[in-house]
Design a protein around this ligand. Sequence first.
Ligand code: IMP
Length: 205
Amino acid sequence: MKTKQKIIFATGNSDKLKEVRMILKDSDYEIVSMKEAGIDLTIVEDGETFEENALIKARAVSAASGVIAMADDSGLEIDCLGKAPGVHSARFMGEHTSYDVKNAAILEKLSSVPDEERTARFVCAIATVFPDGKQLVCRETMEGRIAREVEGKNGFGYDPIFFLPEYGCTSASLTPEEKNRISHRGKALRTMCALLKDRQEDERS
Ligand code: IMP
């Protein structure tokens, strides 16, 4: 059996790690958490774009470990709020504020906004940084709109208020498999897998 190449996924978020492992389970790579790799770093995500933040995290972990590191940066863009919370999604209303409170505040803010102006998207940028400094970056989105009320028990974060018109429910009502098939992170990870394959093929030729 072919040994899988290790990639450290730069996150402390166990929900994300679970999604990443599920999506990459049939790839040529084994995803190792920072904890499993013995890496304990505080990384300041001060980039202005999702791509910059993903690169900041992947560069820091690759430099600290000497192996390949992958990181994502994701968030929710709400069009009628000027694409907020955007890159500040995790920190919106304070990092330690519960998503019940954050989601209720967004619903309240948008209470008089009509359906057609409630458009929103989840964005995910993924960066992979190699020990030689080379890097790969990609971005994908999942389009939807802000629901009228919270719904669903799956997922995390803003999933209970993210309505998917073609499914008639929020992303918190999808099973993890359904969400991974259409999500920003699922699509970005599959795009990143294809970029990694291309790189391997280029190296072989
Ligand atoms: P990051 O860890 O800096 O990428 O922060 C991403 C933040 O965006 C999360 O903490 C969530 O608030 C939000 N987010 C990103 N992806 C999702 C998702 O799939 N569902 C719900 N919220 C998400």
